[in-house]
Structures are given as C-alpha cells and as structure tokens.
Design a protein around this ligand. Structure first.
Ligand SMILES: *Cc1c(COP(=O)(O)O)cnc(C)c1O
Length: 455
C-alpha cells in the first residue's frame, strides 16, 4: 500500500471511450439553431466538423471504439501514471490518502492531446487539409499542433492577443510542430475586424478567437474547425483518463471517496470523473468536486441558460452555465479557466447536484501550488492548482474528523510555461479578484431570451 507510482501496463490501455449521454439523470436538452429556435441537426454542423465527430457528438452509445491509429499515438504517453501523494499527506498531517492522476507527461504537457490527436485523426480520415482553431493561453493550440503534425493535417491557430504577447513560448511550441499562429483579434476575418473597429486595442478573448476560427473554417472548403473543450465529443475522448484511473485504483484496492478537478470548459474533469459519475448515480457515495477561479465563476455563480459559444454569435445555442458570450475575462493567470461557459453535460450535472462546484481566489490557489511543488516536487499548471487547493481543503477536513478518505486529484498539466505567474505570486504581485454581481446581471440581459426546459 505504500506504492508511489501506480503504473498500468500498455496492454491494459482502454480500447473504448465512455459516453455519458445515455447515463445522464435527465436527458440533455439539444443545441438550438439561433435563427429558428429549433434543435440543430447533424447537417448544420457538417461545414465545420467531420462527420464522425458529429456522430460522436450526438451518439447515445455508451462505449465508442478508439481507432487503432489513435491508440498507437496514445501509447507515446499513455497509460499515464497515478501517483500517491505521500509527502503531501505527511506535510498536511492528514489521515486521508491523496492520489493524483498525472496528465502532464503528454508531449504538450496536459490532458489536451487526448482529444487533439483523435480530432486530427478523424479530420485526416475525411480528407480535411487544414484545421482552424482558437487558443487562450496556448495549451489547446499546442495540443492540436501536435495532433496535426502526427497525422499530417495543417493547423492554423487564433491565439488570444494578450496571451500571444505575454506567453510567447506556447506560440513557439506550436510553430515548432508546424502550426501557423495569429494574434486575435486579426484583420483577417469579419469577426476580428468588427472587434478592432470598436476597440483597436482589444486584448482579445476566447469568444472572439472562436468566432475568427469558425468564420475561416466555414469559408474554406478544404478546412474544418476544432474545439478543445465543452463539446460532447471532446469530453468523450478525455474519458480515457478516468477509465485508466479506475483500473489503477483497483490495482491498489481503492475506491474514491472524493474526486476533485478544475473546470475551464470541463474537458479534463469530465475525463477524470465521468466514469465515476455513473457509479455515483448507481448508488456509490462519491463527492465529485469541480473547482474554478472566483474571477470566472461559471459553475458557482453563472445562470443556467441557452447561450452562444462565441462572441460573434456564430455557434449553435448551448444550454449551460454562462457568464454571457460577451465575457472578456479579467487578467488572471489561469488562462485555461477563463471561458464564459462550461460543457452542457457538466452544467447539467452541477444543476442536478451530482457534481458540486467551488471557486477559489488566485493567491490561495498559488499557495496550494507551491505547497505541492515543495512536497511532491512537480510544478502544477495554475489551472491544475485549483484542483490541488480543493483536495488540500478536503484532506484538512479529514484531519479534523479523522476520516481516512481516498481523495483523487485530476492533475491536468504542468506549469513549466507559467513560471511568470509563479514569479508574480512569490513576489506578492498577484491580486485576488471577485467577479462583480452586476456583470452577472448584465450577462443575463445579453443571453438569448429562451427559457431552459423545466424538468
Ligand atoms: C485547458 C486546461 C484546463 C481547462 O480546460 P478544461 O477543458 O476544463 O479541462 C485545465 N488544465 C490545464 C492544464 C489546461 O491546459
């Protein structure tokens, strides 16, 4: 039981992804066409996504086979190790057992390649020459650049301008893997030009970059678009993480009492927890805790409404917790957690009380990150540090109650490209920020006037 790394043999790599759609406690309300208010069909998505991904997006099959070529690429870093955080436990003096499922060993340093390589593969299969996408801090852009280079598809990335300027290393990584990267808003698209006309100094946002990438993909017959989070097929691909985790926990005779992850759009956490959500719905007692920044409190404070996924209102309407499609995030350091919405399936599970959500300020998050780095050695991404903060809080509760719980952390990535943020924290320059209530009220006014269905 005092094992530190729980390694799954390559021969045990799961061969299927798990689709939560058929197991949700209430059916997922469909995406709507904003023009008609009617549910969209596969044909509406065909200009921007390959057919196989559209099929997966709406599939009601519980298990979906992972193609052999994708499995072969997965084996470059999968199965990923599960670690027991012995030194963190000792430091905290907790009777809890803390484990972290470590996705930082992928070539891009996060969980994102789990879907990026699958998406690049399906696009290649269907003859797509290039894929347009957006990226915030650069993690998704670099993951898709990796997928593109491994499967021979050209990748074009619209990167949020403020990150493009402040975080040049992710851009260099994308370019090394052969991708082209633009600082968004650009003057290459109507969406970008509209934003620049209003505000030439716009720092950009994920919503604006998505608009630019979709517009480009829609007008190029050889191109498609790719999204790194939020959509059902993206979360589906990430379930490889939780399926491996299940096998690894069985190897050490454990069952999770608490699973904690961080949520931007919801993909890494869905990957870790969805295979266990099924167990919880079947009666097993598990606390499933989603964490996010107080500066972008999508799951903890935003209304549950139909809204667009992007600023220019090009996407179908998704029913989700949303801070409004016009959301321009405050400048916090967890770039990957600054999206205005969250995955419809995760939003539904939070609304139904299956998943609990908590928000943290950035200083307490970095305090947890530094504690982790000084005990376990590894330096987490600022996004990941939200999950660590949540897990430390749970472990300290166990210290008070004496509960010997098994706590799992979804360790979504490393922070080697985020050292400037660590520097800001260590030199006392990080400021906490609470998203103002007025802005949430304003967002309600801007989302389309469609009542969510009542159960
Ligand atoms: C992108 C990212 C996230 C947030 O995105 P999700 O889709 O919510 O997973 C979290 N952690 C890391 C390391 C990321 O790169």
């Amino acid at each position: 039981m005092d094992q530190t790394k729980i390694l799954l043999p390559e021969s045990e790599l799961p061969q299927q992804w798990y689709n939560i759609l058929p197991d949700l406690p209430t059916p997922l309300p469909p995406p709507l066409n904003p023009a008609t208010g009617q549910p969209i069909g596969p044909e509406d998505l065909a200009p921007i996504f390959p057919m196989e991904l559209i099929r997966q997006e709406v599939s009601s099959e519980r298990w979906i086979d992972i193609p052999d070529d994708v499995l072969r690429v997965y084996k470059l870093w999968r199965p990923s190790p599960l670690f027991r955080a012995h030194r963190l436990e000792e430091y905290l003096g907790t009777p809890a057992r803390i484990y972290y499922k470590n996705e930082s060993f992928s070539p891009a340093g996060s969980h994102k390649p789990n879907t990026a390589v699958a998406q690049a593969y399906y696009n290649k299969q269907e003859g797509v020459k290039r894929i347009f996408t957006e990226t915030g801090a650069g993690q998704w852009g670099s993951a898709l650049a990796l997928g593109g280079t491994l499967f021979g598809v050209e990748i074009v990335v619209y990167m949020v301008k403020i990150s493009y300027q402040q975080k040049p290393y992710r851009r260099m990584l994308m370019e090394t893997w052969g991708a082209t990267c633009y600082a968004s808003p650009t003057d290459r698209t109507e969406a970008g030009r509209a934003v620049l006309a209003q505000n030439p100094d716009s720092p950009g946002s994920l919503g604006i970059a998505i608009s630019e990438a979709i517009e480009e993909a829609a007008k190029d017959p050889e191109a498609k678009y790719a999204l790194g989070s939020v959509l059902n097929h993206v979360l589906l691909h990430q379930t490889i993480v939780g399926l491996e985790l299940k096998k690894q926990l069985a190897m050490v005779d454990e069952k999770p009492d608490v699973i904690v992850g961080c949520v931007g759009g919801g993909s890494n956490f869905a990957g870790v927890c969805y295979p266990f959500v099924k167990d919880k719905l079947d009666g097993q007692e598990i606390d499933i805790i989603a964490t996010e920044p107080t500066a972008c409190p999508t799951l903890t404070r935003a209304p549950y409404r139909y809204d667009f996924g992007d600023t220019a209102q090009l996407t179908p309407l998704l029913l989700m917790h949303t801070l409004g499609h016009g959301f321009v995030p405050p400048p916090i350091h967890s770039g990957g957690l600054r999206y205005h919405g969250a995955a419809p399936t995760m939003s539904l599970l939070v609304k139904e009380g299956v998943i609990e959500a908590r928000a943290y300020h950035q200083n307490e998050v970095f305090e947890a990150a530094v504690t982790f780095a000084r005990t376990e050695g590894s330096l987490p991404a600022p996004e990941t540090a939200h999950a660590i903060k949540g897990a430390i809080d749970e472990a300290l509760k166990c210290k008070e109650t004496g509960d010997e719980k098994c706590i799992i952390i979804g360790y979504s990535g490393h922070g080697h490209f985020d050292l400037a943020a660590y520097d800001a924290y260590l030199s006392g320059k990080l400021e906490d920020y609470q998203y103002p209530e007025e802005r949430i009220v304003e967002a309600l006014a801007e989302v389309p006037d469609i009542e969510p269905p009542t159960a």
